[in-house]
Design a protein. Structure first.
Length: 230
């Protein structure tokens, strides 16, 4: 699914569905953030997980799913660049931050020599996705839900563009340990996190008769996945 005839070019190799391509919250700190989340120490200390835990989960939708894939809040692909460099699926990698998408482009180019033809980098608003209902077979969002206060609206919009029978894959941080709770509450003071939720509260966001949902925990990270039934 390519959009070169629908969206404008915000930067070489990056499309945008926005009128204003500047001003995302992470633009000025994207490089620092991406370096931080790429470290083993940060993930182990704050969330008590290994980077391989993220990659193993992400490999399912990126490499093993059927049909087209939408990754919302893809960031700079700190945990997923290698996966996207190897997938044969048609993938749309979406983020609000143009700088994050530039980092993602750099990681893909470093591995493949250019952005693979099956990959589209798109700047867009996750709360106003520029797609029709039921457009994607697979939707994923890695480490994004916890960033927002209006989490239910975020999930509703994501599931709107998922086809009936399509599958979804999310992971998000929770307050299940003292360290993660303190870290998230601290970052919330600086508007870096949304309302801090527990595992149970996060799972409740997916409580719907239209969804089949499974989940598991690793450290303070909730991995949740399932299928849209209708």
């Amino acid at each position: 699914m390519q959009y070169t005839d629908r969206f404008k070019e915000a930067a070489p190799g990056i499309l945008s569905a926005l009128e204003n391509t500047r001003g995302a919250a992470y633009d000025n700190k994207a490089t620092f953030y991406e370096r931080l989340v790429s470290t083993t120490l940060f993930n182990k200390l704050c969330w008590n997980v290994n980077r391989d835990d993220f990659k193993k989960f992400a490999a399912i939708p990126v490499l093993q799913s059927a049909g087209n894939v939408l990754d919302i809040g893809c960031g700079g692909l700190a945990q997923t660049a290698d996966l996207y460099s190897r997938t044969t699926h048609i993938c749309t990698l979406l983020d609000r931050s143009l700088e994050m998408l530039r980092i993602a482009k750099g990681r893909l180019t470093a591995r493949c020599g250019a952005i693979p033809s099956n990959i589209t980098l798109l700047q867009a608003n996750a709360f106003q996705l520029p797609f029709d209902d039921s457009s994607y077979d697979t939707i994923c969002s890695f480490g994004t839900i916890h960033l927002f206060d209006n989490k239910q609206d975020f999930l509703h919009e994501m599931l709107r563009v998922l086809k009936p029978g399509g599958k979804f894959y999310f992971y998000t941080m929770t307050n299940e340990t003292i360290i993660s709770r303190l870290f998230m509450e601290l970052l919330r003071l600086f508007n870096e996190f949304g309302v801090v939720l527990s595992r149970q509260q996060t799972c409740a966001l997916f409580d719907s008769k239209t969804l089949s949902v499974q989940h598991y925990m690793k450290g303070s990270v909730l991995f949740i996945y399932g299928q849209k039934l209708q």
